[in-house]
Design a protein around this ligand. Structure first.
Ligand code: AMP
Ligand code: GLY
Length: 421
């Protein structure tokens, strides 16, 4: 098969690697890819907003299947567009992508189908929002409705925090805002829960725990994710059944009733409290860095899995997972998630090779004249799998130390809730 992957992060490099390992693949393209995908696929520079150019490329290159990594093209309807041009695409259509594209869309489904989530209210203007906020107890959460690259969520300790959030959102910080979401703060522990869906039946696609805060001990600003481990320590068969029954099934039933077409990953961001799951948000794709920690545990031929998804025959397949733990630690540019420099040479990186249980997935890198340079906030993902998380983490940290990139920073405590020193 000839396969294309859309995106340029660590998630896309991990997907690319898994496809590269398949016997069923002949040629891989990454649009636009990164310094890491460069060595196992052909990187193609096309602007992800230019659907027409992407379509022309896929047709010219006789691509059999295209996988969409990030949310933005999904929310903008790339799947509908490519499907109309008779191309096979792994990813949900525009209607289903509203699950991530509009937090209010998801909240309304929760309300209608009794899906457990934080209590919420929707407001159409600043004055009404502020009046409501004056009489509330804190903490509470103010959210922009649309995509905001993880930045449109304000966890507010007091009225002044909340006022700032409301003013920024209605002030247009995340684009033109018609509505705003204000919801109760949920206490508990977070878990990332994934399913794979072929629009007929679904399979659970493992769990992970992300570490969103920039500093050790879960301190500092939110980031895209500084590391993750899999499976999540919280998951049990009992909890899994509840998540499926109370959250996943009613959501998929709703999408089906509305004639949505969903072939792809669905990622439920959950808060778990006293063994009860609450939906924080949906994402209509794999998580990043969760993908980098989950995919190396999958034993199946990934292309075979994708083919079954495209054919609507996922129920004929058993997913098999390594009975091991996996950990991913992100090496980010110094200063991330705030200001950081780009185009910094990463010495020695070319000497780091993948093995069966060790991977280095690139994110913000590029390859110029056989040398790697940083291009973004999250630069590299170091992944190890092993029989226990402590040894896997030690090994991962050793790898990062060996690279010794002076312009980066990382958390040494990923999986600290599991690994007690
Ligand atoms: P979201 O973009 O909706 O995933 O929110 C980003 C992060 O904010 C989540 O991963 C949580 O850590 C936090 N968060 C969002 N909503 C809530 C909530 N209602 N209660 C507590 N934390 C929340
Ligand atoms: N790890 C969080 C995300 O992918 O949105």
């Amino acid at each position: 098969m000839r396969i294309a992957i859309i995106g340029s992060g660590g998630r896309e490099h991990a997907i690319c690697q898994k496809i590269y390992e398949s016997k069923k693949v002949k040629k891989i393209f990454c649009i636009p890819g990164n310094g890491g995908t460069n060595s196992i696929a052909k990187n193609i520079q096309i602007d992800l907003n230019n659907f027409e150019e992407i379509k022309d490329f896929l047709i010219t290159e006789r691509v059999d299947l295209t996988i969409i990594g990030p949310e933005e093209p999904l929310v903008k309807g790339i799947v509908d567009y490519l499907n109309q041009n008779k191309l096979y695409v792994f990813g949900p259509d525009k209607f289903c992508s509203n699950l991530e594209g509009s937090k209010i869309f998801t909240k309304k489904i929760c309300e209608k189908h009794n899906i457990p989530t934080a209590n919420f209210k929707i407001f159409k203007n600043e004055a009404q929002s502020l009046e409501y906020l004056q009489n509330k107890s804190y903490p509470l959460v103010v959210k922009a409705d649309g995509l905001a690259a993880g930045k449109g969520v304000y966890i507010c300790e007091n009225y002044l925090d909340a006022k700032k959030g409301v003013k920024e959102i209605f002030g247009g910080k995340f684009g033109n805002a018609k509505e705003i979401l204000i919801e109760d703060f949920l206490y508990g522990e977070e878990m990332s829960f994934f399913i794979l869906y072929d629009n007929v039946s679904f399979k659970i696609f493992n769990t992970a725990q992300d570490h969103k805060r920039v500093f050790e001990g879960d301190k500092g600003k939110n980031t895209g994710g500084m590391g993750a481990y899999s499976p999540s320590r919280l998951n049990t068969k009992f909890l899994e059944n509840k998540i499926v029954k109370k959250i996943i099934k009613p959501t998929l039933d709703y999408l089906k009733n509305e004639n949505g077409k969903y072939i792809g990953f669905l990622y439920a961001g959950l808060m778990i409290k006293d063994d009860e799951p609450y939906l924080i948000e949906y994402n209509v794709r794999m998580g990043d860095p969760e993908c980098q920690t989950i995919l190396p545990l999958l034993k199946n031929d990934f292309v075979e899995v994708l083919k079954n998804c495209m054919n609507g025959t996922l129920n004929k397949l058993e997913l098999e997972w390594e009975d091991k733990k996996s950990i991913c630690i992100v090496l980010a540019s110094k200063g991330y998630p705030q200001n950081f420099n780009k185009n910094i040479f990463i010495e020695n990186l070319e000497n780091f090779k993948h093995s069966n249980n060790r991977f280095i997935f690139h994110a913000g890198t590029k390859l110029v004249d056989k040398k790697f340079y940083s291009t973004g906030g999250r630069v590299l993902n170091f992944v190890s799998i092993g029989s226990n998380l402590k040894s896997a983490r030690d090994e991962t940290l050793n790898l990062i130390k060996k690279l010794n990139w002076r312009y980066g920073h990382y958390r040494r405590d990923i999986a600290f809730k599991v690994i007690k020193n």
